[in-house]
Write a protein of this length. Sequence first.
Length: 711
Amino acid sequence: MNRFFVKGKTLFTVNYSLLTILFTLHFSLFTLHCLAQDQHLVDSLQSRLKTAKQDTTKAKILNQLSKAYMGNNPDKAMDYAKQTLSLSEQLDYKKGISSAYNSMGVINMNKGDYLPALELVKKSLKIQLEIGDKNGIAGSYGNMGTIYSLQGNYPEALKHYFAALKIQIERGNKLDIVHSYGNIGVLYMHQGNYPEALKNLYASLKISQEIGDKNDIAFDYCIIGSIYLDQGNYPEALKNVFASLKISQEIGSKSIIAVSSGSIGLIYQDLGNYPEALKNYFTALKIEEEIGGKNEIAVTYHNIGSIYIRQKKYNDASEYLKKALSLSKEISSLENIKYSYKELAVLDSAQGNFKQALEHYKLFIIARDSMFNKENIKKITQQQMQFNFDKKQVADSLKFEKEKETGALKLQKQKAFTYAGFAGVALTLLFLFFIYRGFRKQKKSNHIIERTNQELHKVNNELKETQAQLVQQEKLASLGALTAGIAHEIKNPLNFVNNFAELNNELIDELENSRDEVEKKELLQTIKQNLSKINEHGKRADGIVKSMLEHSRSGTGEKQPTDINRLCDEYLNLAYHGMRANVKDFNCSMERHFAENLPKINIVQQDISRVLLNLINNAFYAIKDKPGATLTLTTLATAHSVIIKIKDNGTGIPESVKQRIFEPFFTTKPTGTGTGLGLSLSFDIVKAHGGKIEVVSEEGKGTKFIITLPV
C-alpha cells in the first residue's frame, strides 16, 4: 500500500495510495492546511481591520486573514485574498499583489484545482523575482512543488522543493526549512525510499519540536506513522498517528484531524478491522467535505470503496470507486487515477468480470509507467545531485565569509571561481549531453510508440477473444491437478472396500457350509468386522469426493471455522499425488512443521484450498528436476493471525520477475503450460480474507511464500 503526503509553506497535503492498494495501491489522499484557525488571532485581525486605513498595512491584514481561514473556511479565505489583490493593485503594492496571488493559488490547490493554482503561483513568483523577495520566492517554489507532486510530476516537484530549501538554508528560516524537509521526505516515501524519507522527516520533526510548532509536529508524526504502516510495523504506526491526532485536536485543526483519522483508518484496514477503518474514513470524509478539498475527498472515496470490496459489498464499492475516479480525472491527479484503475480491476476480478478487470489493469499500468519511467527517475537523481552541489556552494560561501576576517578571502575567492567555473562547465556539458541524448531518444521513441500502438490494437483484439478461454483454462488446470491427486487418494479406500467385500463373499460361502456353531460365530464376527472396515473406507472415499466438489465450486461460499493444519496436510497430499500422476518419476521430500493448538479461523475453505494448491503446485514445478528436492510446509500463530509458509529449494525467482509475479496473465512457464492467473487469483483471495501474501526468493536457492490470515 502506497502513501503520499505533501507539505507546503502554507499547505499540507496528504495522499495515501494504495501502496499497492496499493498500494496498493494502495492508495488515500487528504489535504490540510498547516495553520489551524486561531479564533483569537482572527478576532484581533478583524478588530485591526475596522480601523485600518486604505494602505499597505490593511493589505497585510487582509492577507493574514486569508491565511488564517485557509484550513477551515476556503471560501472566506478566497474572499480575503481577492480583497488583498484589489487593494494592492490600487496601491501598486507589488509584494501585496504577489502574496494575494500566492494565497489564491494555495486555496485552489487545497480544492484540487491544480491548473489555475499553478498559474496563480507562477504569477506570484514572477513578481517576487522582480522585487527580490527571497522569502516569497522560496514559498512559491514550495507551493509549485506541491502542485507538481499532486499531479504525479515528481521530477518537477523535487526540483522546486530543492530550490526552496536552498534559499531557506541561506536565510536560516527554520519554519520554512521544516516544510521543505517534510516535502522532500514525503516524496521519497511515495517512491518507497524509506531510509531517505525518514531521514528528512526526522530532520523536520526535530526542528519543529525546537521551535514548538504543533501543526508541523502533528503532521510529521502522521507521516512517520504512515511509513511504519508501509513497513508493517503497526505498533509504531498507531503510536505516531494517535500522537498526531491528539495534537491536532488540541490545536483545533480540522484538516490535520482528517488526515490523522484517514491514517488510522488505513492501519485498521491493514489489520483487517474493517468496521473501525470505515468509522475513521467517514470521519475524515465529513471534515473534507466541509473544507472542500476535491483531492482528499477522491482518495477517501477510494479507501471506502476498497473496504467494501473486502466486505463483498460490490455495489457500494463500485459507487465509491467510480466517484473517486471521476473526481480524480476532474482535478487531473494522475496518482489518484492510477490507484482508482487498480482497485476497479480488483473489483471486477472479485465479481468474475475478468474482461473488464484486464481493461482497468492495463489503464493502471499505463498510468503507473507514465509516473515511474526511467526518464523521471533520472531527473529525480539529477535534482538530488544538483541540490547537493548547490548546498556545498552555500556552505563554501559561509566559509569564505569567515575567512574574510582573517585576510585570506582573496585566495579563497580565486579558488572558488576556479572550482565553480570547472563545475559550471561540467554541469553545462552534462546538461547539454542529456538534452541531446533525450532529443535522439524522443525521436526514436515517437516512431516506436506509433508502431507499438498499432501492434497493441491488434493484440488487444486478440486478448479480448482469448481472455475467457484463459480464465477457464486456469480453473480447469487447477481442477485437473486436484483430480489427479484425488484419483490416487481415493484409490486406497476403494481397494480396501473391494478387498474386504471379496473376502466377505468367501467367508459367507464358508459360513453356509459350516456345521460347527463355534466356527459360525467366529465367521460372523469376522464378517461384521470386515463390514465395519468397508463402511469406514467408504466414508473416507466419500469425504475425498466432497472435498473435490467443494474445490470445484465458485468462490462464493460462506466462511467457516477451519483447521488450517488439516487443510494444509490434505492439500499437500493431493498436490503431491497429482504431481506424481503428471510427471514421471517425480519425487521429493516433504517436511511438515505444524504448530500445536493452532486456532481455527474463519475462511472460505474452497478458496483458501485453491490458494494452497496453486502455491504447492508452483513449488513442486520449481523442484521437479532438482536432486534432493525438498518442500517444507510450516504453520504458526501470532496474537492476531495464522501464518502459512510454503518453502522449496528449487530454482528461485529472479529479481526482475519478482515484482510482477502477482500481475494477471504474467507467467514464466512455457507457452501452453500456464495461464499466469494462479498467483493473481491467489493474491485476490487472500486479500479478500483480510490477509496478505509475501514472497522471499533467491535465484538458484529457492523460494518461500508466506500467507498471513487474520484470526
